[in-house]
Design a protein around this ligand. Structure first.
Ligand code: SAM
Length: 226
């Protein structure tokens, strides 16, 4: 029996036209698409007339679900993993699945299908020299949040992280207290209708951000220290 294949497929972070030809071909030819949220991925599939079967795989998927996927791969199936946006495995459930497959089925081919990623998109327009950078994922919601922000000062290179709309103002307040002069950008809704790039320092951006900001996805980039 042939070994199964697991394709890790990057999908758009907003603008569906950013999907690559190779991602489309992979989604079309796979036996099944594993989706973080089937509703989100099905919208993408509908736009490109792709009728491949889907199966949900998310952060809270049970061990049984992972076993089911391992079983499909062992029986020679070709699976594509697509998360809600961007490159699977970057602050989303993709890493959990790849880790299990590497452990359980070391001979299965795991193939990257590269494409959009919110980190790289934000860095590319930052104007900061990202010859080296650190990516810190999401700050903790509550426990450890204060220490997390204090530790930003320990990184001299460019820093990138994600922040949720519910905590973006708090994030700017903390950065403004701890790194008041560090140039930064706040990239909101990249590739979407309301894409906005705020540039300056945290306190300046805080003043610019609409008071009723209740929507949006955000990436924060801080410049290196000089
Ligand atoms: N794997 C994804 C990637 O490669 O970009 C990231 C997944 S993470 C669960 C989702 C976070 O990415 C959002 O909360 C936001 O911080 C950031 N993000 C995703 N799409 C974005 C966009 N269009 N504009 C700004 N930030 C975005």
């Amino acid at each position: 029996m042939p070994d199964g294949m697991l394709y890790i497929v990057a999908t758009p972070i907003g603008n569906l036209s950013d999907i690559s030809q190779r991602s489309l071909e992979t989604l079309k030819s796979a036996d099944c698409i594993l989706c973080e949220d089937t509703r989100v991925t099905r919208k993408l599939l509908a736009r490109f007339d792709i009728e491949t079967e889907t199966l949900s795989f998310h952060q809270h998927s049970s061990l049984n679900k992972i076993e089911q996927i391992i079983e499909m791969l062992s029986s020679g199936k070709s699976l594509a993993l697509a998360t809600d946006a961007g490159t699977p495995g970057i602050s989303d459930p993709g890493g959990k699945l790849v880790e299990a497959v590497v452990r359980e089925l070391p001979y299965v081919n795991i193939v990257p299908i590269p494409g959009p990623s919110a980190i790289m998109s934000a860095l590319s327009i930052s104007g900061f020299w990202a010859d080296s950078f650190v990516f810190l994922g999401f700050p903790p919601h509550k426990k450890g949040r204060e220490t997390w922000f204090k530790n930003l000062q320990n990184h001299e290179s460019v820093i990138v992280f994600y922040e949720s709309v519910h905590r973006v103002k708090n994030c700017l307040e903390r950065v403004s207290d701890l790194c008041p002069d560090r140039p930064m950008i706040l990239a909101r809704e990249l590739t979407k209708k309301f894409e906005t790039i705020y540039r300056g320092t945290a306190s300046g951006i805080l003043n610019e951000l609409p008071l009723d900001e209740t929507k949006g996805e955000f990436v924060v980039v801080l410049d290196r220290t000089r």
